[in-house]
Structures are given as structure tokens and as C-alpha cells.
Design a protein around this ligand. Structure first.
Ligand code: NAP
Ligand code: ZN
Ligand code: ZN
Length: 353
């Protein structure tokens, strides 16, 4: 075991504070990563505040969050072939899975039917808690480590590992591309990547945001249209417009209203994870043979495909880099939708504590 330092919530809803813990000694297939940057996902806030207790068995505290990890390989185990010391690498929302079930065999490790081992707030195969990327280093099996784009800044690519893949996967699954009308609901960390990726895939992109405050940014990121959901005519004007709507909103909202914006056979994909159930009227689905679907991040192969796509198309995230000492302030600003569009922690700041 070796010492690692980071920031943790010591108890549910506690502010994050400096915390020291142990990482495992690298095994034959392990990669040791010096973490340079870690994105701040709204899921980090939900989990450190234990907001998903209705849907999860347990939350493990102290909790070191962080699953948008970008760093540099500092050591490798004797049998590692996929990565070498000095490589720019990334780790997303999970660090292992059973590797043998049908889902793992299909490259859908995030839906492993045995156990997806989450990067934090999970337990490894020995039953020990996992600790995430708000920390100086991490030890991960080489098969769950991604190659980061070499032509783009590492800090702006960190959020691709959750925000990027969470939008890329449903955009590909439901075939966003030329001739398709796609709406992205909520332009936060996930949503702004949805705009960039849907645009890069060639779709006609509409943003549905609470207000018009982010309109100029939306257009700059690649949106063709931008509407405020608070506008009195938005839902009547856009009724029956979209092939695909991806809802990234973290709060409970009226999904029936969004279903009314689909064309016949259109799909509303939920990726935002509010803490409470959302009621759906049967009529909202039957009226246009609509589909209501969900999607959770993406598998390792698809995440690498997304990173390579971003590298080719010059797509990275719009970020605000913060020292780790400002993490609690950053959380409050995320909750107020006051982030343009993802906070990324500069891990060099850990040395200042
Ligand atoms: P975020 O940066 O806070 O963005 C959420 C956006 O939703 C906000 O910027 C805001 O956009 C809109 N919004 C917030 N509160 C709202 C409300 N009360 N009513 C209507 N709109 C509201 O969060 P994020 O990091 O993108 O994450 C979004 C959600 O996705 C979270 O629940 C997170 O846990 C979940 N998530 C899911 C997956 C998955 O695999 N399915 C992966 C990562 C995250 P506007 O200002 O444009 O309205
Ligand atoms: Zn996330
Ligand atoms: Zn599996």
C-alpha cells in the first residue's frame, strides 16, 4: 500500500476537506497515474450529498469523488502492454468489471451484469472502497485506462471521460447525424458537450435551456437554434419537432412536456439523474409512438472511440480551472448553473495544503 492524498467528504453533505488514504501497490497489469486534472461532474455533488439513496444500496464515506481523471503514467506493472511511462491517459467512471458476462464481452462494461466497479463510491473485487480523482495519483488496471488526445490540452479533455462519453454514446446509439433534428435539454457540463458532439456528427442542434442567458455561447458551440423553456410559446412552437431529445437536467422536471416535442417515432433519452422519481403519463408516449430511453456513460471501446473522434474534430470542453481549495465554492456555483461549462481541478494545487 502507498499513501495518497486528496479531498473527501467525510460524511454525507459534509464540505470536502483534505484527506489521506492508501492506494494498492501496482499489480502486473496495473498502471500508476499521476493525476494532473480532474473534472467536476454534477454526479460528484449528488453522491457526496448522498442524494441517490433511493436508488443505491450504500454510499461509502469518507468519499473521494472524481471520475473525469486525466494524468500521466508514472509507473507500470511488469505485464502492461497498452500504456507506458510518460503517456497522457485518462480514467472515467469505472475502473473494472467482471470481464466475462455478455455485456462485458460486448464492450458494455458500464452495464456489467455482475459488477461494474465504479471509480469512487464503489468496492473493488476485494471489497475495499474505491477512491476517485480528486487526489494525487490512482492505480488502475491497464484495460480500463484510456489514451488521451495528444493534440488537445489535457485539462480541457478531462471532462470528456464522463460528460463527453455520456452524450456521445446516446448520440451514436440513436444515430444523430445529417438530416436529424436533435435537442439538448440543459446546457451544463453534459449539455454543452452534447451540443458540440451533435454538431460535429452533422445533426441540426437545438438547445432547450431555462433562459436565454447562454444563447450566444450555445451558438458558438455549434447550436443552430436556442430556446428558453421558460418562454411561454416554446413548447407550442416546437411541438413535434425532434427525432431525438437528450435530457441532461439534474433536477426533477416535467418529462411529458418534452415528449410532446418529439416527431412520431422520436426518442427522449434521459441522462440527467434527479434524486426523485418523475411521473410519466401513458398518453405522452402513445400519442406519437414515442420512445423514452435512458443511457449511462459508455464502455471502454466506445470511450476510446469518442476520444479519437474529439482528437480528429478538435473537440474539447469549455472549462474553468480551479485549485482544489475552491472545490466547495465550485459545487455551489454548479448548483446555480453558474459554470461555463465545466470546472476542472488543477491537481498541482494539492501541494499547497
Ligand atoms: P450541470 O453542469 O449542473 O448541468 C445541468 C444543467 O441542467 C444546468 O446547467 C441547467 O442548464 C439545467 N438545470 C439545472 N437545474 C435545472 C432545473 N431545476 N430545471 C431545469 N433545468 C435545470 O450537471 P452535469 O454535470 O451536466 O450533470 C447533469 C446530470 O446528469 C446530473 O444529474 C448528473 O448526475 C447526471 N449524469 C448522468 C450520467 C449518465 O451516465 N447518465 C453521467 C454523468 C452525469 P440550463 O442553465 O441550460 O438550463
Ligand atoms: Zn460524471
Ligand atoms: Zn461483466
Amino acid at each position: 500500500m502507498s499513501k495518497s492524498k486528496g479531498y473527501a467528504a467525510l460524511a454525507p453533505k459534509a464540505p470536502l476537506a483534505p484527506y489521506s488514504f492508501e492506494r494498492r501497490e501496482p499489480r502486473e497489469h496495473d498502471v500508476v497515474i499521476d493525476i494532473k486534472y480532474c473534472g467536476v461532474c454534477h454526479s460528484d455533488i449528488h453522491q457526496t450529498r448522498d442524494e441517490w439513496s433511493d436508488y443505491q444500496d450504500e454510499s461509502i464515506f469518507p468519499m473521494v469523488p472524481g471520475h473525469e481523471i486525466a494524468g500521466v503514467v508514472s509507473a507500470v506493472g511488469s505485464k502492461v502492454t497498452k500504456h507506458k511511462v510518460g503517456d497522457k491517459v485518462g480514467v472515467g467512471c469505472f475502473v473494472d468489471s467482471c470481464r466475462t458476462c455478455t455485456e462485458c464481452q460486448r464492450g458494455l462494461e458500464q452495464y456489467c451484469s455482475v459488477q461494474t466497479i465504479w471509480t469512487y463510491n464503489g468496492r473493488d473485487k476485494e471489497g475495499n472502497p474505491t477512491y476517485g480523482g480528486y487526489s494525487d495519483r490512482i492505480v488502475v488496471d491497464e484495460n480500463y485506462v484510456l489514451h488521451m488526445p495528444n493534440n488537445l490540452p489535457l485539462d480541457a479533455c478531462a471532462p470528456l471521460l464522463c460528460a463527453g462519453i455520456t452524450l456521445y454514446s446516446p448520440l451514436r446509439q440513436w444515430e444523430a447525424g445529417p438530416g436529424k433534428k436533435v435537442a439538448i435539454v440543459g446546457m451544463g457540463g453534459l449539455g454543452h458537450m452534447g451540443v458540440k458532439l451533435a454538431h460535429a456528427l452533422g445533426a441540426e442542434v437545438t438547445v432547450l435551456s431555462q433562459s436565454l442567458k447562454k444563447q450566444a455561447d450555445g451558438k458558438r458551440l455549434g447550436a443552430d437554434h436556442f430556446y428558453a423553456t421558460s418562454g411561454p410559446e416554446t413548447f407550442t412552437k416546437l411541438a413535434g419537432s425532434f427525432d431525438l431529445i437528450i435530457n441532461t437536467v439534474s433536477a426533477k422536471m416535467n418529462w411529458n412536456e418534452y415528449l410532446s416535442l418529439l416527431k412520431v417515432d422520436g426518442t427522449l433519452v434521459v441522462v440527467g439523474l434527479p434524486e426523485k422519481d418523475v411521473p410519466i403519463a401513458a398518453f405522452s408516449l402513445t400519442a406519437k409512438r414515442s420512445r423514452l430511453a435512458g443511457s449511462q456513460i459508455g464502455g471502454i471501446a466506445e470511450t476510446q472511440e469518442m476520444l479519437d473522434f474529439c482528437s480528429k474534430h478538435g473537440v474539447a470542453c469549455d472549462i474553468e480551472v480551479v485549485p482544489i481549495q475552491k472545490i466547495n465554492e465550485a459545487y455551489e456555483r454548479v448548483l446555480k448553473s453558474d459554470v461555463r461549462y465545466r470546472f476542472v481541478i488543477d491537481m498541482a494545487s494539492l501541494a499547497k495544503d
